[in-house]
Design a protein. Structure first.
Length: 485
């Protein structure tokens, strides 16, 4: 693979600190596996706590200069980053497939989606607006300005190794922050490739530092214990998010959290069922179901449940599964063995409590971490599968009778990230959208992600928003200046 060979032979599989590539201080490395074969494809340096502090030193040293840089300079670095990433999207996509497993078409879509965050924040860098208000009493002027929050720690998951990184790096650069990115240990290569792109785009040394590490909790803990860190932006599970919020509380570090989801997918009796099945295939199967906004629970009106289940099962059964780089493949493997085992367990537990496998249900007998696209019918509203984030290609179908029941079932979760609904009745669509406890609603569509839109959750799905103008505000603090003149 040219991009992998290129990274390896040029030493860009090390830690990226202060503009230099280097091994970890204690020589530790971590293996990166190809999930379609379970074989190692390469090694990267695995950072220690000393390396983490070196990375913070580099980011702290670069901060005053970067915070004072002009909006135009930040904008143009991001624009060049967008252009380079777009020109090299095929190579980046290949790297994503190799270490993460998704099908090549999806990896290309991710590479371009990831690059779009740089394009969007190239524009936002120029729009750091403040405000001026004459105080109600007329005694002063109230000036509000936004300043970069400071040195930031970015922690990203493996499911969208490029987009989850650029969604944080883009606004941080635009805002004038410097940062240390700790990518997931399953997928460090893509993050290193992005650092290389930004370095060629002219990002000054030390603004972005990348610290792959198999010792996640130690290195992130060490950084959060350092007074120079003023921001944590995390994407990952609610479980780890809670731990990090607790650690961040010791120094009152500003936190943005994109945590787990448990998205309901509601299909009302008046919906266009073919469109709903099309949307369900995207909302469920994008990234093999390994997405925090993946449709996790299908609530279907009783009058259309049989038709929806049949058509969804047929579409799932027609999915072509295989190694992500093979031609014609729609569904790659899951990320690792644990994820594959989780799917078998979910099916076993569900069928044990009365659900029926309408299609799929097994890990096929082949190398790699594959699992068949699966539809489970006859799932009862209280079933355990509905309370967990499946994170794989399994769709449980539950029936409902009334709108109120659908809303109650949809909201019966600690999570509140994405939700989806299909209906041809506009007033029902908007009424239900308002009632859903979720940060995002897709009406008659299964794909909602957009760099220009505020992405985020309510309840235990997180704090703050990424993307849009809101995403840059997460890396800015408001300063109030009281002035007379
Ligand atoms: P996922 O299942 O998406 O990997 P995790 O929450 O386990 O979600 O991991 C998300 C990111 O958080 C990864 O980069 C991972 O290495 C990191 N991580 C996991 N556990 C911890 C921890 N205790 N402290 C800091 N970072 C962690």
């Amino acid at each position: 693979m040219p991009i992998l060979d290129d990274l390896t032979t040029s030493g860009r599989t090390g830690l990226f600190i202060g503009g230099y590539w280097r091994p970890s201080s204690d020589g530790e490395t971590l293996d990166v596996l190809d999930p379609s074969t379970a074989e190692p494809i390469g090694q990267v340096a695995s950072g220690s706590t000393d390396d983490a502090i070196d990375a913070v030193d580099a980011a702290a040293a670069a901060f005053p200069g970067w915070a004072a840089s002009s909006p135009r300079e930040r904008s143009e670095v991001l624009r060049r980053g967008f252009e380079l990433m777009t020109a090299e999207a095929e190579d980046l996509a290949e790297l994503i497939v190799l270490e993460m497993g998704k099908a090549r078409g999806e990896a290309k879509a991710e590479a371009s989606y990831a690059a779009e965050f740089f394009r969007w924040y190239s524009g936002e860098a120029l729009r750091n607006e403040g405000s001026l208000l004459r105080a109600p009493g007329g005694d002063k002027h109230i000036i509000s300005i936004h300043q970069p929050v400071g040195v930031s720690v970015l922690v990203t998951p493996w499911n969208f190794p490029a987009a989850m990184a650029t969604r944080k790096i883009g606004p941080a650069i635009a805002a004038g922050c410097t940062m240390v990115l700790k990518p997931a240990s399953d997928t460090p290569l893509t993050a290193l490739a992005i650092a290389d792109v930004l370095s060629r785009a002219g990002l000054p040394d030390g603004v972005l530092n990348v610290l792959p590490s198999a010792r996640s909790s130690k290195v992130v803990g060490a950084m959060l214990a350092d007074d120079r860190i003023r921001k944590l932006s995390f994407t990952g599970s609610t479980e780890v998010g809670r731990i990090l919020l607790e650690q961040a509380s010791a120094r009152v570090v500003n936190c943005s959290m994109e945590l787990g989801g448990n998205a309901p997918f509601l299909v009302f009796g008046d919906a266009d069922i073919d469109a709903a099945v099309g949307g369900a295939m995207i909302a469920k199967m994008r990234n093999g179901g390994q997405s925090c906004i993946a449709a996790n629970r299908f609530y279907i009106h009783g009058s259309v449940a049989a038709e929806f289940s049949d058509k969804l099962s047929a579409a799932m059964a027609a999915t072509r599964m295989g190694p992500g780089l093979d031609a014609g493949v729609d569904l790659g493997p899951l990320v690792n063995r644990a994820a594959q085992n989780d799917m078998s367990e979910v099916v076993e537990t569900s069928t044990g409590s009365g659900a029926k496998v309408l299609t799929g249900g097994h890990a096929p007998d082949r190398p790699g971490f594959f699992f068949e696209p699966t539809v489970l019918g006859g799932v009862e509203p209280g079933a355990s599968i509905l309370g967990q984030e499946i994170f794989g290609p399994i769709a449980p179908v539950v029936t409902f009778d009334t709108d109120d029941e659908a809303i109650r079932l949809a909201n019966d979760t600690i999570h509140g990230l994405a939700s989806y609904l299909y209906t041809t009745d506009l007033s029902r669509a908007l009424r239900v959208s308002e009632a859903l406890e979720a940060g995002m609603v897709g009406i008659n569509r299964g794909l909602i992600s957009d760099p220009a839109a505020p992405f985020g959750g309510v309840k235990q799905s997180g704090l703050g928003r990424e993307g849009g103008h809101d995403g840059m505000l997460e890396f800015l603090e408001t300063k109030y200046i009281a002035a007379d003149w």
